[in-house]
Design a protein around this ligand. Sequence first.
Ligand code: GDP
Length: 334
Amino acid sequence: MPESNATVSLSLAQDLLAGKRRALARAITLIESTRPDHRAVAEAMLAEVLPQTGRSMRLGISGVPGVGKSSFIEVLGGKLIEAGHKVAVLAIDPSSRRTGGSILGDKTRMEELARNPSAFIRPSPTGGSLGGVARRTREGMLACEAAGFDVVIVETVGVGQSETAVADMVDLFLLLLLPSGGDELQGIKKGVVEIADLLVVNKADGEMAEAAARAAAEYQSALRMLRPLSDAWQVPVLRCSALTGTGVAEVWQAVERYRDALGEPGLARRRADQARAWLWSEIDDTLLARFRRHPAVAEALPAAERAVMAGETTPGLAADRLLKTFGVEPKEPR
Ligand code: GDP
């Protein structure tokens, strides 16, 4: 890295640790950049602040569009800030890649929180694979922690693979649900319920209060079948209303109970496992990207795919050939 870049990353790291918002915004812009010189600065900056990271509650929140994620985060964030916390909200929005538009990205969300000096809200980085977006969000989370945010919320729409990516980077994964009960359980992927550490039925107010109570009971019994019993943590099903604020404080109490149940060693283990998984996904992503970009591989790929699809070559043989083109000798016999 050129000397000037090293200077930039060092002074950025210092500003970040001093809690300067503009430094945080700039740090995240660099993290999200695809320019190699920006990446180099971002990586050096992250290495510099790494010892000052990790001191936050990392909370993942997911749920279908319209369930009330932004309303909930607005209320929860407000309460946390009142209690003296600094709250950062990062979003992962898989839709922004596919459609150019985005489910999460519109500017009207969380208006009040966005104006609060103790909050920092950043919409999802666009472009690239989910893996790339996840990596940038993880790094963004570290930058927020370095800047003194002690609650980092990672929000994602419950429409695809992104829930797993979020669950893999947070301490606690909260799934917001509609008060429509069993029907909805058919609709949402059971896998998402399985990875949630906390289920919360939102919109438990007015005419929907009763339906919410029924839904909560149904989820509770569904959980018994879906999740093996754990001594450390029984996944609770709570109810709240992001509209009236009822039950939101209780959700945070459950988050704190969860953290207590996990304990410091449990939390350290969860994060260590996540860091190792992150290492491997970095390696996987980088190798795959290099492979696809390799000129001779790129040239041979379409024909190889055609041959495999037509049944003229086995996938194994075609892969061996392509990998050899890339400079990797065929796999050893298993
Ligand atoms: P998101 O797409 O998950 O972020 O959902 P929003 O927070 O944008 O909420 C979607 C709609 O549901 C909005 O019209 C909200 O006003 C409404 N909403 C959110 N939370 C509640 C709630 O607790 N009760 C009721 N009745 N409406 C809510």
